[in-house]
Design a binder for this molecule. Structure first.
Ligand code: 8OZ
Length: 364
């Protein structure tokens, strides 16, 4: 019997050959000055084309959206040309690839911003976290609150990045609404103290995300657009007074856009899957009309069971994909997994990036 996890699924416009997704993974190996990916990325993503869908590492929609050293962008023509080599390679190898559209908001440092400017945020509240700069790990800089008049420009940057992603040959885009970055900062009460139409009530806090989704689905269409959320994660110093209430509203509203999928970080990003009293992902999943992609700490048995039971249609694997380029095949064959080397997760060259072995090499 073939378990459902290993069978195809139509995800919006994307024909996934299995239900195993490569989750977005920040690897800090793009050109720090130009935000272009390079030959290493072509090889890295080609190697992982066995996934039903690859979601690229988080990729900034504008220079201001950058918050870490050597992350890629998708706003310049040169970046598009560089990504085109990646999408061509993945397609030749029979895979599908979407780009994760990212604006970090307050999680940045002046040294990473155009002209050394302050990072932007819903409100001028610094998160007590660090980012990765030329000088190693440094506390994020004090942000400034975005003016009301600037928000249409931020929304337009998402639409522009979507157009650039189409030109680069991607199969779709994923809007990064998770992990304490700009859109999550607007959604949650700890980081959003605005007194205009984008702060206060749930409707107001969700306004920017919903405007972004409207713009992105107009620039392409809902069938090519996914969204990642992390309702209950404290990642990057984020908190919300009532996340269940906030995300009940958000997920309800998502159904207007006919999205290809909803990608959920279940629990604390990269950490515990436990939820607090009164918090339920099932309630959110049931509200959403489309394809549900589960993520966070899944192993083979959990993934098989989750898809078999219908609790999710897709399962995204992050860290296991760093060390196992052929993860989908390994899961199908129930083969052992390689261990990743943490020292080469962020930054560096080919070592720890494109040199993890495939099953055939191990058995040769
Ligand atoms: C790890 C290091 C830097 C950024 C996320 C984009 O958490 C990230 C990220 C992860 O979504």
């Amino acid at each position: 019997m073939t378990e459902k996890l290993f069978t195809p699924l139509k995800v919006g416009a994307i024909e996934a050959k299995n239900r195993i997704v490569m989750a977005p993974l920040t690897r800090n190996r793009a050109d720090n000055d130009t935000g272009e990916v390079n030959d290493m990325h072509v090889e890295y993503y080609r190697q992982r084309a066995g996934a039903g869908i690859i979601i690229t590492e988080a990729t900034q929609i504008s220079p201001e959206g950058k918050g870490y050293l050597a992350t890629p962008g998708i706003h310049s023509d040169a970046q598009v040309d560089a990504w085109k080599k990646v999408t061509d390679a993945v397609h030749e190898a029979g895979g599908k690839i979407v780009v994760q559209l990212w604006h970090v908001g307050r999680i940045s440092h002046v040294s990473l911003q155009p002209d050394g400017q302050q990072p932007v945020a819903p409100s001028a509240i610094r998160a007590d976290v660090k980012t990765f700069t030329e000088n190693g790990f440094e506390p994020v800089s004090e942000p400034r609150a975005l003016e009301l008049s600037e928000l249409p420009r931020v929304v337009a940057d998402y639409a522009h990045a979507t157009e650039m992603a189409r030109k680069a040959g991607f199969d779709g885009v994923e809007v990064h609404g998770a992990n304490g970055y700009l859109l999550d900062q607007f959604l949650k009460t700890g980081s959003n103290k605005r007194e205009d139409a984008y702060g206060g009530s749930i409707e107001n806090r969700a306004r920017l995300l919903l405007e972004v989704l409207k713009a992105v689905t107009e620039a392409w269409d809902g069938d090519h657009v996914g969204l990642r959320l992390s309702p209950f994660s404290p990642a990057n110093g984020i908190e919300d007074a009532n996340p269940q209430e906030t995300f009940d509203y958000v997920v309800e509203e998502l159904n207007k856009f006919g999205l290809a999928y909803l990608h959920m970080v279940e629990g604390a990003t990269g950490g515990s899957r436990e939820l607090a009293e009164g918090q339920s992902l099932t309630a959110l999943r049931e509200k959403f009309d489309g394809v549900y992609m589960a993520n966070n700490g899944y192993d083979r048995a959990m993934a098989i069971e989750t898809v078999e039971s219908g609790a999710a249609e897709l399962v995204a694997f992050g860290r296991p994909y760093i060390a196992n380029p052929d993860l989908a095949k390994r899961l199908e064959k129930n083969a052992p997994l390689n261990e990743g080397d943490h020292k080469t997760y962020y930054g560096g060259g080919r070592e720890g990036f494109t040199d993890y072995p495939f099953l055939e090499e191990e058995n040769a």
